[in-house]
Structure formats: C-alpha cells, structure tokens
Design a protein. Structure first.
Length: 313
C-alpha cells in the first residue's frame, strides 16, 4: 500500500488539535486503501500543543511530530514537514479545519485517475473575514500578478495534495526567504484547482494579524518580482526630465518677468515630494539588499529541538 503524508504546521493550536485529529482519523478510515502518517510541526508553540502531540504519538504510530527550538514561522514549518515526510503523496493542511479534510478523497482520485501531479485549493468566498482585509488581499493578488511572471491564484490556500516528485521539487528550493504560494507555482507540474467556500476556524484564533499579512505580501513581491526596482529607476528618469523642463521654464520666466525669489512654498513642496520618493525607493532597494544579505548568511531555515524519535536533539 502506498502512503499519504499529512503535514500540519502548528502554532498554539491546543484548542483545535483534538477536533483535527478526530476529523483526519475519520478520513483515514474511509481511505483505507492508503497508509497514513501525520506529521505535526510544532512551530515554537507556547501553549500545550507539544504535550498534546506527544500524547497522540504514544498511542498512535501514525503520528509523528517535529518540534522547533523557537517560532520560525509557517514557511519553515512547511518545508520541515516536507523534508520529514516519507509518503508517496503529500498534503499540507492547517490544524484549524479551515482546510476541509473531506476533500482529500476527491483530491487523491484526481491525481491517480485524471493524471494530475498536484491538486490545490482556493477559496471562492471570504465570508467571516474583515472587509478591509479581503479588499487588500484581492488588491495584492491583482498587483503581484501584474508584477510577476509566476502566476499567483487569488484565494489560493496552502492546502494541496501532491505527488512525491512535486514535494521533492519544492524541497530542492533552498532559499531562506520563502513564499510558498509562489514556490508552488514556480515548480510547475500539472495542477488541478478545487474551489470551496471559506470555512471558519473550528477553535482558537488566527495568528495572522493585518501587519503580518502585509509583511508576508511584501515578502511575496520581493521574492518573485524585480518590478519595484525597475519602477524606481523609471520614475527617477521621468522626474529627471521633468526637473530639466522646470529649470528651463524658471530661467525663461525670470529673464522675461523678473522676480526670481517668488514660488518658494512650491519649491519646498517639490523638495519634500522628491525626498519622500527617494526615501521610499531606498526602502525598496533596502528590502532586496536585506534578502540578499540573509541568503548569503546561509542560516538554517529552522532548528529542530526534538521529534517523536529523538528528544532534545
């Protein structure tokens, strides 16, 4: 029998884990033609998440866990789960049941019967999400798809089922600054998209604040597009020619009408405007330099403290 690895990143999910464990067990019984392994990645949780995982691992041989030395983020948890997985098929799921495990059976059939390499999911609605958050999310996808050659699907979730070949391709991308949605698209392969309506968390609270999502969006743009750098150079050229035209205009006006000292308030406004533009694009360049700096350090993406087999590594 072939094996399906279920990878579940966890950060303070003590309330949701019992519901998830119960639900995934129901699905594994239905899909009894596959062996299952559950890989829970404890991303530096501060609650009882690790204690619960240890309890599950003692009574269920399918349960494996990887516990980080601190919080490294969901991207690190995803790549750790992929690296520790042993299955012929691999799926990524959230512990809060916003990724319905009931779709797994259909996803598996699409891969094995229809010949796809990967089945990905996307939300067609954002019910229960703050309107401002939904608006900025849609604007982000429109913006990044215009800026990047790698297609980003609006509403795409990390929840997907893939073959081991796809998982190995993702693992082969060793960059420190990771943006999984872009990486999934970058590696390619034949992918089928499944659409479903948004599902609320079964328990607990989301760990993604507006500012964390904003920072994640910046990560995605700088990871898969250099358009901001091109735009900054283009704007610099435009402003240069505009300044030349204005200098010629001011010289001619002074020679004809005199009064060379008038207009200082507008001059101050122009200086402030240009200074703001310069500082903004210095920040853009700084983002790219910081990413390069972090990559050259060659730091590990995550550090494992213990697993179900070896404690206190």
């Amino acid at each position: 029998m072939k094996m399906l690895s279920v990878i579940v990143p966890c950060y303070n999910e003590e309330e949701a884990l019992p519901y998830f464990y119960e639900e995934i067990n129901k699905i594994s019984k239905k899909m009894d033609y596959l062996n299952f392994e559950y890989i829970f990645v404890n991303d530096g949780s501060k609650d009882k998440t690790l204690e619960i995982l240890k309890k599950y691992a003692k009574k269920d041989k399918r349960v494996r866990y990887v516990s980080f030395s601190r919080n490294f983020g969901k991207e690190a948890a995803i790549i750790a789960g992929l690296e520790y997985s042993k299955g012929d098929f691999v799926t990524l799921m959230d512990a809060d049941l916003q990724d319905p495990p009931s779709l797994l059976e259909k996803m598996y059939k699409i891969i094995t019967v229809d010949g796809y390499d990967c089945v990905a999911t996307r939300r067609v609605t954002r019910k229960g999400e703050p309107p401002i958050r939904s608006f900025f999310a849609r604007m982000f996808y429109k913006l990044i798809n215009k800026m990047s050659k790698t297609e980003m699907v609006d509403g795409a979730r990390d929840y997907r089922l893939m073959t081991k070949q796809v998982a190995d391709a993702i693992i082969s991308m060793k960059e420190y600054n990771r943006y999984s949605k872009g990486i999934f698209s970058f590696v390619g392969f034949k992918t089928k998209w499944l659409e479903y309506e948004n599902v609320k968390r079964v328990a607990g609270e989301t760990k993604w604040s507006f500012w964390k999502l904003f920072a994640y969006a910046i990560e995605g743009i700088t990871a898969f597009s250099t358009v901001p750098l091109i735009f900054s150079a283009l704007l610099g050229v435009i402003l240069f020619f505009f300044s030349v035209v204005m200098i010629i205009f001011i010289v001619i006006r002074t020679l004809i009408f005199g009064d060379p000292v008038s207009g200082w308030p507008s001059l101050v406004c122009i200086i402030l405007f240009l200074s703001g533009v310069q500082l903004f694009f210095m920040g853009v360049i700084g983002q790219y330099l910081s990413k390069t700096y972090l990559e050259t350090k060659n730091r590990p993406i995550y550090i494992v403290k213990e697993t179900e087999k070896h404690k206190d590594l």
